[in-house]
Design a protein around this ligand. Structure first.
Ligand code: NAP
Length: 304
């Protein structure tokens, strides 16, 4: 492994998971960690999310050969500016942000003289904060690396090897394409979940207790996604605005077509659509990206 000192800025779900994963899978690497929140730093110390928890970002990066920003997308530029004076020459700067073009620009503006190789591990949960991280978060999950053009090949290889050592499968992708793909696979589903949970809670003729009582009918699975961190998701939608709006337009057209099929009693159109979507679910399970057991393997169904 080319890296010996990894600095993690932001010690929530992603930063904490990287710290724990490095200790577990790359025990030869020393980690330093910093979070702007004092209580998070204290909790990170209790959980040993990094070998050393620092009181400032400059202290955390002072000896780093890899710095990974794990802060909300909208805080990347500010966090990068904070370390500009202290960052060793030659250190690789990366991040885990969920949208790539806007973050690459923010990091580049703050650190114009450094090698920046953005990345996005497509792994997470609806939980956030210093208690949310765990070492196996990246196992068998994709990590999309979006190198600039041109990019230092040795440094790119070192970053790819780092993520592979933490258990991820790495894909190299153009940042613009990343933002389009993630708009439909992640950002739009979150927007739909936030919408539907909001709609249900605003209904006047269905009580809140009924929504909760009968949630196993499908609603419950949306609520898991809609419980995701509001700061992060506000930043994702503003940071990937164009791609999200493009996908939202496509989604509106498709839902209008289904609306028409229901109104005109076009059962064949509905059946064909649902059969196609069921095939997608099967492919996700075949690729090991989800659990095939009924109800996502929930324990209350006696599956575990
Ligand atoms: P998180 O659990 O909320 O952790 C982020 C941490 O960064 C918080 O403790 C936050 O403190 C801290 N922070 C904010 N500004 C900072 C600054 N300037 N300097 C140092 N620390 C700062 O969030 P997360 O889920 O780990 O997400 C982090 C990044 O990972 C985001 O960019 C997100 O897009 C990406 N990501 C998330 C997921 C997911 O499922 N959650 C998956 C893949 C990628 P405060 O709470 O005090 O602001």
């Amino acid at each position: 492994m080319s890296f010996t000192n990894v600095a993690i800025i932001g010690l929530g779900l992603l930063g904490g998971s990287i710290g724990l994963a490095v200790q577990h899978y790359l025990p030869g690497i020393r980690t330093t960690g910093y979070d702007s929140d004092a209580e998070t730093r204290r909790r990170a110390g209790d959980r040993r999310l990094a070998d050393r928890i620092c009181e400032s970002a400059t202290e955390a990066v002072a000896e780093a050969d890899l710095v990974i920003f794990c802060v909300p997308p909208g805080a990347m530029g500010e966090a990068a500016a904070e370390i500009a004076e202290a960052l060793p020459t030659g250190a690789v700067v990366s991040d885990v942000g969920s949208c790539k073009q806007s973050i690459a620009k923010a990091l580049g503006d703050a650190l114009p003289d450094h090698v920046i190789i953005p990345a996005h591990p497509v792994a997470g949960t609806e939980n956030s904060g210093p208690d949310a991280g765990f070492a196996s978060l990246f196992q068998n999950r994709w990590c999309i690396v979006t190198p600039p053009e041109p990019c230092d090949l040795l440094k790119l290889t070192a970053l790819v090897e780092f993520w592979e050592a933490l258990g991820a499968n790495v894909e190299i992708m153009d940042a613009e394409h990343h933002d389009l793909v993630l708009a439909v696979t992640s950002h739009l589903p979150h927007l739909i979940a936030y919408t539907i949970v909001g709609t249900a809670s605003d209904l006047e003729d269905v009580t809140e207790s009924e929504v909760i009582k009968y949630s196993a009918g499908g609603f419950r699975d949306f609520t898991r996604i809609a419980a995701s961190d509001p700061t992060m998701w506000r930043d994702v939608f503003l940071g990937n605005k164009d791609a999200v709006l493009t996908m939202l337009q496509r989604f509106s057209e498709d839902i209008t077509a289904l609306q028409r099929a229901i109104r005109t009693d076009n059962g064949d159109a509905l059946f064909d659509h649902f059969a196609r979507t069921r095939d997608i679910r099967r492919s996700i399970i075949e690729e090991g990206q989800d659990d095939a057991r009924p109800d996502f393997g929930r324990a209350d169904h006696g599956e575990e």
